[in-house]
Design a protein around this ligand. Structure first.
Ligand code: CO8
Ligand code: FAD
Length: 380
């Protein structure tokens, strides 16, 4: 796989995704932000183009797209709307632990239908009392004859109201820490599952975030992923594939912010000349370009490593850390370049800045990415 350029297939995928994003998504971004309406129509179109649920393995009829290709789609879609892209990507986050578990019955029952229909899924790990500290979750799954009974509350679950099924991480042996955690698939319509209200978030407002509670939810043991005790590693293993894609989202959003900033800087005048002629402005743009290019290379590196079968946790965290922090800086500078107009909803950059903030929080905060890299380097 080429590191510094895309091959023909990758170029076509990236161009198709970019074309769709520019023509169909970006023109609707402001409306999606204002109405906070879930972008089901756009997701259906994305599905028709084969870009949604592309992780589903070929064995059950899917594209079996690798992480690298997935990152290309992610960057392009986020250039249109980061919130819409998050809704699309949450499906993959839910699917990856299922894929890693190699539970072929579950693949057939839950992944295969996602190829033909625009079905959604959610990854239910975070709880009201535990986000960064995954091993601190409280949800339990108790074996009763040939069933598991799940009890607990999950929080901040993306796509929850539209999901057909959930990946749920629960404790089957609460005394055993992370080694007592197990992953399950829970169909959304199972009795005892309650979906909370849509959370009123700062940015990415069209994406759907809710609490989900499990009250004596009974599921057959065939929906267990791997074996008891495998859950933590499945949940973490998923991040190795999805953190690069989230970092790619940051690249796409940053690219959009830079494009807006360049257009504006070339037409706004102050002190008798366009503001782009000031070194202070051109330096900000140059630093945006530097960070976008560097973040993209880290994304590609993280993608290539995992696709070629090497453990990529280090590069996945570096990519997510660098790209998310860069995205926050870039969108903040874009607002700065717009001056007062940047602070106003008439122009798009305030939305881009709000959309950027969550990238430093979800899929592992920027501090957690530093913790992971620090531990890997220092052996703590
Ligand atoms: N792969 C496989 N195994 C792993 C991995 C990995 N990447 N990482 C750790 N492990 C293993 C370790 O090797 C260890 O194994 P063993 O017991 O055999 O020694 C075991 O897991 C425990 O590891 P640690 O000691 O490192 O565990 P800690 O409890 O200290 O904490 C972390 C680990 C890294 C801090 C972990 O808890 C973490 O990643 N926290 C962040 C949580 C997070 O990222 N949450 C995100 C939730 S999802 C989300 O936000 C969705 C966003 C929107 C979705 C849409 C997409 C755009
Ligand atoms: P905490 O873990 O309480 O952290 C609070 C602060 O302390 C943070 O700044 C953190 O970086 C810092 N901190 C914590 N521990 C350390 C440490 N050891 N060293 C240094 N600093 C530390 N979760 C899901 O499971 N599925 C989803 O689909 C999902 N979607 C989300 C969508 C949105 C819009 C949001 C807001 C969240 C979503 N999440 C989801 C949850 C998200 O992953 C968590 O919010 C995130 O992991 C942080 O957890 P927390 O909010 O509990 O913060």
């Amino acid at each position: 796989m080429a590191m510094f350029d895309l091959n023909e297939t990758q170029k076509q995928l990236y161009e198709m995704a970019k074309d769709f994003s520019n023509k169909e998504v970006w023109p609707k971004a402001k409306e999606l932000d204002e109405t906070a309406k879930f972008p089901m129509d756009l997701l259906k179109k994305t599905h028709e183009l084969g870009m949604l649920n592309a992780f589903v393995p070929e064995e059950v009829g899917g594209l079996g797209l690798e992480t690298f290709g997935h990152c290309l789609i992610s960057e392009a879609l986020a250039m249109g709307s980061a919130g819409f892209c998050t809704a699309a990507l949450a499906n993959d986050l839910a699917s990856v632990p299922v894929i890693l578990s190699e539970n072929k019955l579950v693949w057939k029952e839950f992944l295969a239908p996602m190829v033909d229909e625009c079905l959604m899924a959610s990854y239910c790990v975070t709880e009201p009392g535990a986000g960064s500290d995954v091993a601190g979750i409280k949800t339990t799954a108790k074996k009763v004859k040939d069933k598991y009974v799940i009890n607990g509350s999950k929080m901040w679950i993306t796509n929850a109201n539209y999901a057909n099924w959930f990946f749920v991480l629960a404790k089957t042996d609460p005394a055993a820490g992370h080694k007592g955690m197990t992953g399950f698939v829970v169909p959304a319509k199972t009795p005892g599952v309650t979906i909370g209200r849509k959370e009123d978030n700062m940015g990415q407002r069209c994406s759907d975030t809710r609490g989900v509670t499990f009250d004596n939810v009974e599921i057959p043991e065939k929906y267990l992923l791997g074996k008891e005790g495998d859950g933590f590693k499945l949940a973490m293993g998923a991040f190795d594939r999805t953190r690069p894609a989230v970092a790619a989202q940051c690249v796409g959003l940053s690219q959009r912010a830079m494009m807006c900033a360049i257009d504006y800087a070339k037409q706004r005048s102050a002190f008798g000349k366009v503001i782009s002629e000031n070194q202070g402005i051109s330096f900000m743009i140059a630093e945006m370009a530097r960070d976008i290019e560097a973040a993209r290379l880290l994304v590609w590196k993280a993608g290539v490593e995992v696709d070629e079968g090497r453990k990529n946790t280090y590069f996945a965290s570096l990519a997510k850390m660098f790209a998310a922090d860069a995205c926050m800086r870039i969108t903040t500078d874009a607002v700065q370049i717009f001056g007062g107009y940047g602070y106003n909803k008439e122009y798009p950059v305030e939305m881009l800045m709000r959309d950027a903030k969550i990238f430093q929080i979800f899929e592992g905060t920027s501090q957690i990415q530093r913790l992971i890299v620090g531990r890997l380097l220092l052996g703590n």
